[in-house]
Design a protein around this ligand. Structure first.
Ligand SMILES: *Cc1c(COP(=O)(O)O)cnc(C)c1O
Ligand code: SF4
Length: 356
């Protein structure tokens, strides 16, 4: 609708008016939206920065028409130059195989459209609702199950906020708000703070959970103001990060996470099991250890959602089970994430059972 003012557009406008960085001045620390505005959007440009070249550039660029490439600089900085199989690069670099059809890989594998009763809100789990405050992300992960999600239809305007809060206020079985997306941290601190304040007025709400990957690709997003918002809310807060590989945990991210920990926020991680990226014992072990060292508990390890264009990432259920069993044998119990899959229409994640 033309009359609406989508929040996302608003924040993008903020980004666009940021003046270009002067090359003369000494480099001051950039704000997170400056970093976001400068994110890499071209396949060629990403490859050039890493001293890499490919023979199927056209196909990869074509894959971007379906789902654009988007990678902020701090994430690129964690990649290894000259390494075409860098586990961070492979998460964001389009492959020509994305263009091939694959049996069982479809546009909306979780049939989220059906639980999407109220614009910007998904109520499919008992006691908690997913609020899609932002339709955008700061990074486009090639395996994302929302790569074909009708975000356009779910643009959330200011009027929708009230409708979401009204829905939650009417159902006192809802104790937890899960801010999801897209990435909810695409909203600026002022917008987030305002939403949280309004939500606090609903007496049966007790917990606030934020699912985000933004700090992983732009650690500057954990601003002092954001930490303060979470510290001062009456809600018990958890942040569920999305980190797939230990290399994603560099010094800057670790520092940002320690600020959240100091504020008493529970930090959890969910990862997606991805072929060629984190599907071996050492990668998973290193990830769990690095997470714990950074104050984050491994929570979920997801089997890939069968979304069109992501079949090259698939790990078979059997291989996933074997890997998970090895993790149980090699790590303290609290360092082993739950192996789960998401099934449409289910009221929770489905645990992947142990093999006999
Ligand atoms: C699974 C899932 C939830 C619900 O999570 P639980 O931790 O099982 O309560 C919420 N948001 C997203 C994005 C999820 O994938
Ligand atoms: S950050 Fe999450 S929602 Fe955004 S593209 Fe990556 S996987 Fe998808």
């Amino acid at each position: 609708m033309i009359t609406e003012t989508p929040l996302v557009i608003e924040s993008l406008t903020d980004i666009n008016i940021v003046p270009a960085q002067s090359s003369v001045q000494p480099q001051a620390e950039q704000s997170w939206n400056q970093v976001l505005a400068g994110a890499t959007k071209g396949v060629k440009s990403l490859l050039d920065q890493l001293d890499l070249s490919v023979s199927d550039l056209n196909d990869r660029q074509q894959a971007c028409l379906d789902f654009p490439l988007l990678v902020p600089q701090p994430f690129i900085d964690k990649m290894e130059k000259g390494n075409a199989s860098d586990p961070l690069l492979l998460q964001v670099l389009p492959q020509s195989s994305e263009l091939e059809p694959a049996e069982g890989f479809i546009n909306d594998p979780l049939a989220e459209k059906h639980s999407n009763l109220q614009k910007g809100l998904i109520h499919k789990y008992h006691g908690r609702v997913l609020v899609l405050l932002s339709t955008g992300c700061a990074v486009n992960c090639r395996y994302c199950f929302r790569r074909h999600f009708p975000y356009q239809e779910n643009r959330i305007g200011k009027n929708d906020w009230q409708a979401i809060l009204d829905y939650v206020a009417k159902d006192n079985s809802i104790e937890e708000l899960i801010l999801s997306g897209g990435d909810p941290l695409m909203l600026n601190d002022q917008q987030l703070g305002k939403f949280i304040k309004q939500a606090e007025a609903i007496p049966h709400l007790q917990r606030l959970r934020i699912h985000t990957r933004l700090p992983v690709v732009i650690p500057q997003r954990i601003t002092p103001k954001f930490v303060e918002i979470l510290q001062s809310t009456r809600f018990d807060c958890a942040i569920v990060l999305h980190i797939n590989h230990s290399y994603e945990l560099d010094e800057k991210l670790i520092l940002a996470l320690s600020n959240l920990r100091k504020a008493g926020i529970t930090l959890l991680n969910q990862a997606v099991l991805l072929r060629g990226i984190n599907d071996c014992l050492s990668d998973q072990t290193e990830l769990s250890k690095a997470l714990f060292k950074a104050g984050v508990l491994p929570y979920y390890l997801h089997l890939l959602d069968k979304v069109k264009g992501a079949h090259h990432f698939e790990v078979s259920e059997k291989d996933a089970q074997l890997l998970h069993q090895q993790l149980l044998l090699n790590l303290s119990g609290y360092l082993v994430p739950k192996l789960v899959r998401e099934e449409s229409g289910k009221g929770s994640k489905t645990p992947v059972p142990m093999r006999p």
